[in-house]
Design a protein around this ligand. Structure first.
Ligand SMILES: [Zn+2]
Ligand SMILES: [Zn+2]
Length: 290
């Protein structure tokens, strides 16, 4: 048996003189032993994963009786002793601008009123990288976290055009990957373009539709053979013009309740589900306001 155990009680049998003590397995994070930072983060992530799999109901139950003041534990972390001259030189070189996204540091450090950038090693020290100016780069917190934790994704923006009980969907052409599949109209933003702006351009170029973006609707993250797709959807309104189709096979306004009859790209299925819920709740709201 592996894990951490806590002393519970003694056992003492006067007949045969046997003595032992009883241990009880305890939740790792609840104990006060010293963990490494890595162990602690892994353990916490495991518990978050478990909580995610639970229903919202059981989470709510636990939250209601949860301790509001968290326990403490000692975390043991090993640090590299970094060269302050490297940090200073790299920050001077960056001059307040992130060396990856080229945007100015997002805020000023309270401690000394300097632009908040973090000096990161291109090849990590733990993998044999050197603590030198050449191997270091000044990053904004966003780029820094991205470098450590993110995977490469392709972001696609789609417009959800709902009119009465119908929504606009389009069908991919034969020379596309996954021909014949249905999806919501949209595309990839170009470099330097915001997602909203890219969406407006794509809908205009591909379907001749001018749109106004109402609100963000939701996202779907999906793993395909060619990588990870992040689909971001927006509720949009269009100006009443005719559609044209330039690169698609078909375009259609279909009833939201009939969406399941269409063969959608896998990445779009969760948006379809969300749209059905959305339709359901807006119908309910209408009824209530009548
Ligand atoms: Zn950046
Ligand atoms: Zn780093």
């Amino acid at each position: 048996m592996k894990g951490i155990f806590q002393y519970k009680s003694d056992h003492n049998d006067p007949k045969d003189g046997s003595r032992w003590f009883i241990l009880q397995k305890v939740n790792t994070l609840a104990t006060n032993r010293v963990m490494t930072e890595n162990e602690y983060n892994k353990e916490l992530q495991k518990q978050v994963d478990r909580a995610k799999k639970d229903s919202a109901k059981s989470r709510e139950k636990r939250l209601n009786k949860a301790e509001k003041k968290p326990d403490k534990l000692i975390v043991n972390s090993t640090q590299y002793k970094r060269n302050p001259d490297v940090i200073t030189e790299v920050l001077e070189r960056a001059d307040g601008v992130c060396e990856k996204c080229k945007k100015p540091a997002p805020f000023i450090r309270a401690y000394d009123l300097t632009p908040y950038l973090e000096v990161h090693h291109k090849k990590p020290l733990a993998e044999g990288g050197e603590d030198t100016v050449e191997n270091a780069i000044a990053l904004c917190p966003n780029c820094h976290r991205e470098d450590h934790h993110a995977v490469k994704v392709t972001t696609i923006t789609v417009g959800i055009i709902v009119e009465e009980d119908k929504v606009l969907i389009v069908q991919r052409k034969g020379n596309n990957s996954l021909p014949g599949k249905w999806c919501f109209p949209g595309g990839k933003a170009r470099k330097g373009e915001t997602l909203e702006r890219g969406l407006r351009r794509e809908l205009y170029e591909k379907f001749g539709i001018s749109i106004r973006i109402d609100s963000y609707f939701g996202e779907s993250i999906y793993r395909t053979n060619s990588g990870i797709i992040r689909l971001m959807s927006y509720l949009v309104k269009r100006t009443p013009e005719d559609f044209k189709i330039n690169v698609h096979k078909g375009i259609d306004f279909v009833k939201i309740k009939d969406l399941h009859k269409y063969d959608f790209l896998s990445a779009e299925n969760s948006i379809v589900e969300k749209l059905k819920e959305y339709r359901h709740s807006s119908l309910k709201n209408q009824e209530e306001s009548l």
